[in-house]
Ligand binder design. Structure first.
Ligand SMILES: Cc1ncc(COP(=O)(O)O)c(C=O)c1O
Length: 447
């Protein structure tokens, strides 16, 4: 363990040398447009040359403040030294054997670590995959085999991926589903707890009772293999369900032999100020899906859960050529070590303490933000037409564009496209984050 946790060779500053995007990025974008499929879009077409800590440096020499972490991935910072060193070591020994052919230790070590860190002290097993979507697909496969049932419950505003089954599980048509059907069957969508938009006074328990009643009437508990939910919804708008919603769903699942799957792909690995978002309410899911923040930017995903459910699948029933690639596993072990050493859960809570009061004051002063919500380093601003719940996607988009022009990488999300989401790398410095928030604040005030 020789590398330091931070990159010290990349200046942590916002630096604008050209307009954003600069001339080299514009030229690269033109080249891209004749080579790359139009369906693959980019939020901010500045082309990356380097990145680390809380900045992304583009090919024009601009240094941008990163408040997106490549969509919640570079939690430990980009090219985190310990991750780079682990990858370098691993790649010098072997790049691939396929765990299903001749296995290796780091896969086992990642499984052990996930079994230890995920909620609950029961016996667990883990299987590794390449992407979040693949993890969700496999969690559903496992739940179906274990229960010998087929129906899967997902929620309004859910996002679980872009493969065929996960498109069916994802709620939003545009851009994720439109034209790509037919979708997988036996997927049922239930209302989410969305405190900002639910009727006044609806508790988490009420919202769970509403969903459970619909599950029982529309599917029947005996036919439900799994209830799948993001404990804090990601793409749907960083929706934090009311207290009591997740525990009530989880208890109903246990009482009815239904597998409760927490999709922690966006919310996991310190993002919300605890290892997993389920930890905030002491919810212990049967299966947990993880990806994104797990490996410092290398592609890795996992399903972790109760040994008896995971082991219900016949040998050879799970896997894939690259699942648990040795380089990605080495990166995951180094990332998790970095999270532990730097206490990135505490860092996420500090980030929340820095962002929340400022953004709440901004919401009160401008009237353009209906709600500021979220946990840890996963904070959302939901833009609404002043004095109403009417989503204001144009405002969110204008604010994001203004931030981009000023060298701050910021993402939008939400079913209505009206949410700005803040997902800084959890190693971002306080001053840099503060400067990013200055830019954001000015953009909101200029609406
Ligand atoms: C909660 C959640 N589940 C699943 C996925 C899909 O992961 P991937 O893009 O790695 O397939 C995402 C990606 O944004 C996600 O946020």
């Amino acid at each position: 363990m020789t590398a330091s946790a931070f990159r010290t060779d990349i200046v942590q500053e916002r630096r604008l040398r050209t307009a954003i995007p600069g001339p080299k990025s514009v030229a690269m974008h033109q080249r891209r447009q004749v080579a790359v499929a139009a369906g693959v879009a980019s939020t901010l077409p500045v082309y990356t040359a380097d990145a680390g800590g809380g900045v992304i440096v583009d090919i024009d020499g601009n240094s941008l403040i990163d408040l997106g972490s490549g969509i919640a991935v570079t939690t430990v910072g980009n090219a985190a030294p310990r991750v780079v060193e682990a990858v370098r070591n691993a790649v010098e020994h072997f790049t691939h054997t396929c765990f299903m052919v001749t296995p290796y230790e780091d896969y086992v070590a990642v499984a052990e670590k996930l079994n230890q860190l995920t909620p609950g002290r029961h016996a667990k097993r883990t299987a590794l995959f390449n992407s979040g979507s693949e993890a969700v697909e496999n969690a559903v496969k496992i739940a179906r085999v274990a229960t010998k049932r087929t129906a899967v419950v997902a929620f309004d505003h859910a996002y679980h991926g872009r493969t065929n089954l996960t498109m069916a599980l994802t709620a939003k048509a545009m851009p994720y589903k439109k034209g790509f059907g037919p979708f997988a069957g036996e997927v049922y969508r239930m209302p989410m707890s969305y405190p900002f938009r639910d009727v006044e006074g609806m508790t988490g328990k009420d919202a769970a009772a509403r969903a459970i009643s619909m599950i029982e009437k529309q599917i029947g508990a005996d036919d439900v293999a799994a209830v799948l939910i993001e404990p804090v919804q990601g793409e749907g708008g960083f929706i934090v369900p009311a207290d009591g919603f997740l525990p009530a769903l989880s208890e109903w699942c246990t009482a009815n032999g239904v597998v409760f799957i927490a999709d922690e792909i966006q919310s996991g690995f310190c993002r919300t100020g605890s290892w997993f978002a389920c930890d905030h309410e002491g919810v212990v899911p049967d299966l947990v899906t993880t990806a994104k923040g797990i490996a410092g930017g290398l592609p890795l995903a996992a399903v972790t859960g109760r040994a008896e459910i995971m082991d219900a699948v016949h040998p050879g029933g799970l896997g894939g050529t690259y699942g648990g690639n040795p380089i990605a596993c080495a990166a995951a072990l180094a990332s998790i070590e970095t999270m532990e050493e730097l206490d990135l859960n505490a860092a996420a809570r500090r980030i929340e303490a820095q962002i929340m009061p400022r953004m709440k004051a901004l919401a009160a002063a401008t009237g353009r933000i209906g709600e500021v919500r979220g946990r840890g380093g996963m904070i959302a601003l939901e833009f609404t037409v002043a004095g109403s719940l009417e989503p204001d996607a144009a405002a969110a988009s204008a604010v994001a564009k203004a931030c981009h022009a000023q060298g701050v990488v910021i993402l939008t999300c939400g079913t209505y496209g009206n949410v700005i989401r803040l997902l800084p790398p959890l190693v971002i410095g306080e001053d840099l984050l503060s400067e990013g928030l200055d830019v954001l604040e000015a953009a909101v005030r200029a609406l």
